[in-house]
Design a protein around this ligand. Structure first.
Ligand code: 4NP
Length: 183
């Protein structure tokens, strides 16, 4: 095991570390997970996809998302989540909810979930599974709180923590994928 691999134990947090290396050719595949896939992970999905594109990495990074529950499969984003994103200048119209597929999860380079309950539902931490906010520069290792049963403020808070954490993730992605991008 080399030094870099050695920083990843089964119980390690991604926090303060580089992201796990890419496992196959093709894009670096990031999958974002929450409970319903209509509020938090879609917000993170839209923001990360946009900032990846702004960084010139659209061809090098693939972002997808799902929910561990299947109640909303095929539905667009929660109206409050969509309104919060739209007001901030993002395109929230393309999202359709999907359910987390345990069998397909091994194909991802990185699975980032929103809270500890999601983490338990996907089988716990591993080298490639952690909390989205492990990379939050302000409160690393915290949950993205579920805004579904709360008011509008909760959606604003989610977007704020998602945006700053996304910037940290994109900074890491630049480092990881730039060495692989073709000339
Ligand atoms: P999300 O929020 O996990 O951030 O998409 C929720 C959406 C729907 C439900 C719970 C959380 N629900 O119980 O239907």
């Amino acid at each position: 095991m080399n030094e870099q691999q050695g920083t990843y134990g089964p119980a390690a947090r991604v926090v303060g570390m580089s992201l796990p290396p890419q496992r196959t050719d093709g894009p670096y595949r990031i999958h974002l997970v929450c409970l319903g896939n209509i509020c938090r992970s879609p917000t993170a999905h839209v923001v990360l996809e946009r900032r990846v594109a702004d960084a010139g990495l659209a061809d090098a990074v693939e972002v997808t998302s799902s929910g561990t529950g299947g109640w909303h499969v095929g539905n667009p984003m929660d109206e409050r989540a969509a309104a919060t994103l739209t007001a901030a200048g993002y395109d929230a119209t393309r999202h359709r909810a999907a359910q987390y597929d345990t069998a397909g999860a091994s194909s991802y380079d990185l699975v980032l979930v929103m809270d500890e309950s999601n983490l338990a539902d996907v089988g716990g931490r591993s080298e490639r599974v952690g909390l989205f906010r492990d990379l939050d520069p302000v409160e690393p290792g915290s949950a993205v709180p579920d805004p579904y049963y709360g008011g509008h403020d909760g959606f604003e808070e989610v977007l704020t923590m998602v945006e700053r954490t996304t910037d940290a993730i994109v900074a890491e992605l630049r480092r990881i994928v730039s060495t692989r991008a073709p000339g």
